[in-house]
Design a protein around this ligand. Structure first.
Ligand code: G1P
Length: 283
C-alpha cells in the first residue's frame, strides 16, 4: 500500500531572484496556480493523499497555502469570486499535510532522509515541484510510476531522453529494456560529464522509493557537489536489481529555469486556461 508523497521544498530558487527573495520558488504561479499545487494534485491523482513537505527557512507560505485562510474565505463567501478558491479547497479537503524542516542544505538525498519522520517505514512518492509535468491523456506521471510500483514492488524513477550536452544536469541511468519504455536499472550516475554518461536517459523529479531507501541514505556518503545524492542511494538498490526506470508519457518543463518556466506558462495558458472563469482546468 502506498499512500504518502514527499515534497523536498527547502531549496533557494536563486535563478528567480529577486522574486524568490521572500517567496518560495515553489509558490511561483503557472498562470494562477502555484507550482507546488500542481505537484500535490498530481500526487493525489496517483492516490497519494498524505503529503509531507521537507521545508526550510522562508517557506512558510507553502504551509499557509495548504491551510484555510478564514479572513479571505469570509471576505469572498457568497460572491462570484468564491470559485477561484475551488481547486485549492478541493486539495485541502482531500489531503493531509505535514511539514518538517531541513536545517542544512546537504542535498536531495539528505532532504529525503529528513522526510523519514513524516513517512515512517513505508514506500513513498517523491515529487520535485519545479519539474512541472503534464501526463499524457490526463494520467499524471506519479500515477504512471505508482502503477509500476504496485505491479513490481520496486523503486521506480521517471526518465526522459535528453540531448547529450544536457546529461550533466541530471542523474543518468543505464539499463535493460524489459517492457516497452520500462528499464531494469543497472547503473546510475549523478550529473556525469558528457563523456562519462552511461546513456542520455535522465532522471526527472518523480520517484517512487521503497522504504529501505532510508537506511541506505543513512550511510550514503556525500557524492557529486559534496551533497548526499538520492541517485547514489538508488544505485545501491539497483545493484540488487530493485530499481526500474520508466520513460514517462507526457511533457516536462524545467521550471527551475526561466526558459522552462515561461514555456510551461505559455503551454498551460494555451491548453488549459479557461477565459470564462479565469481558471486553469485540471492539467
Ligand atoms: C535532482 C537530482 C537529479 C535529477 C534532477 C531532476 O537534481 O539530483 O538526479 O536528475 O533532480 O530534476 P537537481 O536538479 O535538484 O540539482
Amino acid at each position: 500500500m502506498i499512500r504518502k508523497c514527499l515534497f523536498p521544498v527547502a531549496g533557494y530558487g536563486t535563478r528567480f531572484l529577486p522574486a524568490t527573495k521572500s517567496m518560495p520558488k515553489e509558490m511561483l504561479p503557472i498562470v494562477n496556480r502555484p507550482l507546488v499545487q500542481y505537484g500535490v494534485e498530481e500526487a493525489m491523482d496517483a492516490g497519494l493523499h498524505e503529503i509531507g513537505f521537507v521545508t526550510g527557512r522562508g517557506k512558510r507560505a507553502i504551509e499557509d497555502h495548504f491551510d484555510t485562510n478564514y479572513e479571505l474565505e469570509h471576505q469572498i463567501s457568497g460572491t462570484s469570486k468564491e470559485e477561484y478558491l475551488q481547486s485549492i479547497r478541493h486539495v485541502i479537503e482531500n489531503g493531509s499535510f505535514s511539514f518538517t524542516r531541513q536545517r542544512e542544505m546537504k542535498g536531495l538525498g539528505h532532504a529525503i532522509l529528513t522526510g523519514e519522520r513524516l513517512i515512517g517505514y513505508e514506500p513513498c512518492g517523491v515529487i520535485l515541484a519545479d519539474d512541472f509535468c503534464i501526463g499524457e491523456g490526463g494520467k499524471g506521471v506519479m500515477a504512471q510510476l505508482v502503477e509500476i510500483y504496485r505491479r513490481t514492488g520496486k523503486s521506480v524513477v521517471a526518465i526522459e531522453e535528453v540531448p547529450d550536452e544536457d546529461v550533466s544536469k541530471f542523474g543518468v541511468i543505464a539499463g535493460e529494456e524489459i517492457e516497452p519504455g520500462l528499464y531494469q536499472v543497472n547503473d546510475m550516475v549523478e550529473k556525469p560529464a558528457k563523456e562519462d554518461a552511461p546513456s542520455n536517459m535522465a532522471i526527472i523529479g518523480r520517484y517512487v522509493l521503497t522504504p529501505d531507501i532510508f537506511n541506505i541514505l543513512r550511510y550514503t556518503k556525500p557524492g557529486k557537489g559534496g551533497e548526499i545524492q538520492i541517485t547514489d542511494a538508488l544505485l545501491e538498490q539497483a545493484r540488487r536489481g530493485d530499481v526500474l526506470a520508466y520513460k514517462f508519457k507526457g511533457k516536462r518543463f524545467d521550471c527551475g529555469s526561466v526558459d522552462g518556466y515561461v514555456q510551461a506558462t505559455n503551454y498551460v495558458y494555451e491548453n488549459f486556461y479557461c477565459k470564462d472563469n479565469d481558471q486553469v482546468t485540471h492539467v
